[in-house]
Design a protein around this ligand. Structure first.
Ligand code: GLN
Length: 291
């Protein structure tokens, strides 16, 4: 006669603290994964570290921890979200993981946009740029595009969670299309903003870390990484209102090339802004009809 069978949700023989310490991941990452698998807060895990983990949750954690440790899959994809500018954005492997340097692009757009301005975000991905601006500037009308239906679905779902009123009121609109494809000939904007793919196709960084798992089309753009930036800079003047601004993110060594592209397109007052690491990251140009 054996004892009662253990149901799968019974605890296994390991505590929260021990699971974190033994999984072979940096503590912060292990904690984040365990919070996710157990649906518990950081505070709860600290207070209950010596308790035993329910078996199913421990198993889920062990699997995710192995994917992080052995395959180095991006933490953001394993958790399903990444924080950007103080908000939690859902991310799947269909979208680029939001980067801290892109927060500067958002801050500049928020500073530059005049009241009631019309803004276009090209290649929105998770929607982090357009949605953050929509949350912080209720007066703007924002159109965000992407050529990937999966990315656009992710962006829409983020908007439904983070700014449903802006979406419902049609003050934030998502359109499918590659770069200028979904923009009508007569449409004009006061601000055009983009974090396009800008890595050179043969750049060895594409084979390292998180970049191996991100959508290649959101990272790389031609032999010199500038194909998308060429299309964006060349097309901006005919879509900008007088005194409208183009604002683009680019690689740390691409500022001179992007400045040339903007000037060639006829943009004026072209300047580059450095990111928090002191690297050239964003270039800005203004369209003056009379110039
Ligand atoms: N900033 C990203 C990186 O270098 C690239 C994203 C992009 O191409 N926009 O990791």
């Amino acid at each position: 006669m054996t004892g009662p069978t253990r149901s799968p949700e019974l605890t296994c023989d390991i505590t929260y603290d021990r699971l974190i310490a033994s999984c072979g991941l940096p503590r912060l990452e292990a904690r984040a994964l365990l919070e996710h698998c157990c649906a518990k807060s950081r505070e709860w895990l600290v207070a209950h570290g010596d308790e035993r983990v329910p078996t199913e949750q421990a198993q889920a954690f062990i699997q995710l921890a192995a994917r992080r440790r052995d395959r180095q899959e991006p933490l953001a994809y394993l958790l399903g979200w990444r924080e950007f500018h103080g908000r939690k954005f859902s991310v799947s492997a269909a979208v680029l993981i939001p980067r801290p340097e892109t927060e500067l692009l958002v801050d500049l757009a928020i500073q530059i946009a005049a009241p009631q301005a019309r803004l276009l975000d090209l290649g929105t991905g998770s929607g982090c740029i357009a949605i953050t601006i929509a949350c912080e500037r209720m007066d703007l009308k924002i159109i965000a595009t992407d050529r990937s239906p999966e990315a656009l679905a992710q962006a829409r779902s983020n908007a439904e969670h983070l700014c449903p009123d802006r979406l419902a009121g049609n003050r934030l609109e998502f359109r499918i299309g590659d770069w200028w494809q979904s923009i009508a000939n007569e449409e004009r904007f006061d601000l055009i903003i983009s974090n396009p793919p800008y890595i050179a196709a043969a750049d060895p960084h594409l084979g390292i870390g998180d970049l191996r798992f991100e959508p290649p089309g959101a990272l790389a753009s031609g032999d010199d990484g500038l194909d998308s930036l060429r299309t964006i800079c060349a097309g901006a003047p005919s879509r900008l209102n007088d005194s409208g601004t183009l604002l683009v993110e680019h690689g740390y060594d691409q500022a001179p090339a992007v400045q040339v592209l903007m000037r060639k397109a006829g943009l004026d007052a072209v300047r580059t802004v450095k990111d928090a690491a002191g690297l050239d990251r964003i270039t800005i140009g203004t369209w003056r009809q009379s110039a």
